[in-house]
Design a protein around this ligand. Structure first.
Ligand SMILES: Nc1nc2c(ncn2[C@@H]2O[C@H](COP(=O)(O)OP(=O)(O)OP(=O)(O)O)[C@@H](O)[C@H]2O)c(=O)[nH]1
Ligand SMILES: [Mg+2]
Length: 284
């Protein structure tokens, strides 16, 4: 699978200049941050910026982010920004803060992803190519469409839990997106404006579910592209059992809270899954 992500596809030069900001929330990611930043900013996408949202990580991630930003922001080019928050406020509020800042700073597209290499930076050009060529509102890096896959090291129990969480929330909310808890997504700026980030209340995994639900309610054009999801390489997971349990009942709460939201007048398109992403382009 490695070859699929080591040599990202090369986009036409105008596409490489697209103003896209990659937002990465971090909490204790000191060991991952330099590697992931270099991989993303080394993709050859000149319009791409990176925004780290750090919650005063005890391991010093915030300071490392500042040092990296100083080294990337040379020659008058602002390639990396850091948003420092006072303390651990959760994944959802970190994304809301980071995405809002990215939009305010002029990003036309906003990418969300983890710091731990579960979401390979190598997929970014392909996802950007898909959103630009299809006019989609959101492109999801998905584990659960044909061609998508999970880390071979996942136990049957972890696979079962992930499968169950997806089935539970999809059925309850009536959503057709196949990877409901995916954290690897590329958003069109106006789609995020329409969602209204200030209306998002969820933290943890349920943040992804709430956003997917709003995509469905607002009849967005959603495209799921298959990815191989690798387990975090280094560092600790922040998603503990209470966070996972909270997600189960919060699905009911968000269904109720957003029940009246809808966009009138357009037909609800089926989410589309495109073919496997490869180093020489996409094969459908
Ligand atoms: N700013 C901020 N970032 C967070 C917080 N919680 C998690 N993160 C980051 O959000 C991303 C996803 O968290 P992970 O711990 O990797 O969650 P996960 O992918 O479900 O768990 P793993 O299986 O261990 O990878 C990582 O980049 C974390 O550092 C938080 O409270 N604040
Ligand atoms: Mg992770």
């Amino acid at each position: 699978m490695q070859h699929l992500i080591n040599q990202p596809i090369r986009l036409p030069s105008e596409w490489r200049q697209t103003p896209v900001t990659v937002v990465i929330p971090t909490y204790n990611e000191a060991e991952n941050l330099a590697g992931i930043s270099e991989a993303i900013l080394g993709l050859g996408l000149s319009g791409l910026r990176l925004l780290i949202v750090d919650d005063n990580s005890p391991d010093g991630t915030g300071q490392i982010a500042d040092e990296l930003a100083a080294s990337f922001n040379r020659n008058g080019k602002q390639r990396m920004g850091v948003l420092h928050r006072k303390g651990k406020g959760g994944l959802g509020t970190a994304y809301v803060a980071g995405m809002s800042q990215a939009l305010a700073e002029g990003a036309e597209f906003v990418m969300q992803m983890d710091a731990d290499f579960s979401h390979s930076p190598g997929y970014i050009p392909a996802m950007l190519g898909v959103i630009l060529s299809t006019g989609a509102d959101v492109v999801i890096g998905s584990r659960y469409v044909p061609g998508g896959s999970l880390d071979e090291g996942w136990s049957w129990w972890r696979r079962f839990l992930s499968w169950w969480a997806n089935l539970y929330s999809r059925t309850l909310l009536g959503i057709r997106v196949r990877d409901m808890t995916a954290g690897f997504k590329l958003w069109r700026g106006p789609a995020l404006q329409e969602i209204g980030l200030s209306s998002i209340r969820s933290n943890g995994y349920i943040f992804q579910v709430e956003m997917a639900y709003l995509c469905e309610r607002l009849r967005f054009k959603i495209i799921e592209v298959p990815i191989h999801f690798e387990d975090r390489r280094i560092g600790q997971s922040k998603m503990d059992i209470p966070v996972k349990l909270e997600s189960a009942w919060r699905v009911w709460e968000l269904a109720w809270r957003h029940r009246k939201r809808a966009r009138a007048g357009t037909t609800n398109e089926q989410p589309v899954a495109v073919g496997r992403l490869t180093d020489d382009g996409m094969r459908g």
